[in-house]
Design a binder for this molecule. Structure first.
Ligand SMILES: [Zn+2]
Ligand SMILES: [Zn+2]
Length: 273
């Protein structure tokens, strides 16, 4: 039986003879249904019309679907001696991409910032012998394809290795998560944020939205919560969720200034930036 992928958002759904009636990610207020109506691709059709490409993005290997599909994010690979952590995911797996990741030492774990980037996590896990997929338990309701490799972690943090920790920030989703890579940026530390903290187009600042396509901002309390979660972390670089959407250096100051700018922008009272 075919496995179905939502053409608008890239969420993968379980095997069924007919495609699902609707996509719960697209129906929800943070996303939107395709203007032409809900559309589905089965996995084989999808793989015929698309491929995965990879390359360096500011020192980290990234992977994305080509031609651009759904949200068009790129996943990242954080390499360690015992294998890579796949951070965020894409909606497709190909044998060529699996070979490429094997050449980097294979996968030891998958972790995803939030439900818009779950993509084909189950397929990626299966391609590497069922490696664990770390998703925050507070976003459990948004998992469109349940899978035994999914590990629902709880609370505010979850360590994957000496140098890699998942940190829950909340905001965009209740379980929204960033990855802190202590060894990143030549030892100065890096954050991988998806769009939980969105690197803006100037690549010197960030923003924090509940919905990006529908332009729904977060309130002050949520952004202060993100800032509090990030406060103890040492980092100089931020990797966003798309090719080149990174803050190469000085990211701690950029993050703090962005929080102040955001709070000033939504405040009724004049504030100093
Ligand atoms: Zn969808
Ligand atoms: Zn999102």
């Amino acid at each position: 039986m075919p496995l179905w992928t939502c053409e608008q958002c890239g969420a993968q759904f379980p095997e069924s003879r007919e495609p699902p009636a609707s996509c719960l990610i697209c129906e929800e207020e943070r996303q939107f249904v395709n203007w032409k109506g809900q559309r589905w691709l089965n996995r084989e059709e999808f793989a015929k019309a698309h491929r995965l490409v990879w390359g360096d993005d500011l020192g980290l290997p990234g992977i994305a679907v080509e031609p651009g599909f759904a949200i068009a994010q790129r996943a990242l690979l954080v390499r360690e001696p015992d294998g890579c952590v796949l951070w965020d995911c894409v909606p497709l797996v190909t044998p060529e991409a699996v070979e490429y990741v094997k050449s980097l030492g294979g996968l030891k774990a998958i972790a995803v910032s939030h439900p818009h980037f779950y993509g084909a996590v189950a397929d990626w896990s299966e391609a590497f012998g069922g490696v664990p997929i770390y998703l925050h338990a507070d976003d459990r309701q948004w998992v469109t394809r349940p899978h035994p490799a999914i590990v629902f972690w709880q609370g505010e943090g979850h360590r994957l290795s000496d140098d890699i920790a998942l940190v829950r920030t909340g905001g965009h989703f209740a379980g929204a998560t960033i990855l802190h890579w202590r060894a990143g940026a030549e030892g100065r530390g890096a954050l991988l944020t998806g769009d939980v903290a969105m690197v803006a187009m100037d690549r010197r600042s960030l923003s924090f939205m509940y919905s990006y396509p529908n332009l729904i901002p977060l309130n002050a309390k949520s952004v202060e919560g993100i800032a509090a979660a990030v406060a103890p972390l040492a980092f100089d670089r931020i990797y966003g969720g798309w090719w080149g959407r990174n803050i190469a250096a000085g990211a701690r100051a950029a993050f703090d200034a962005s929080v102040r700018r955001y709070l000033a922008a939504i405040s009724d009272r004049p504030q100093r930036r």
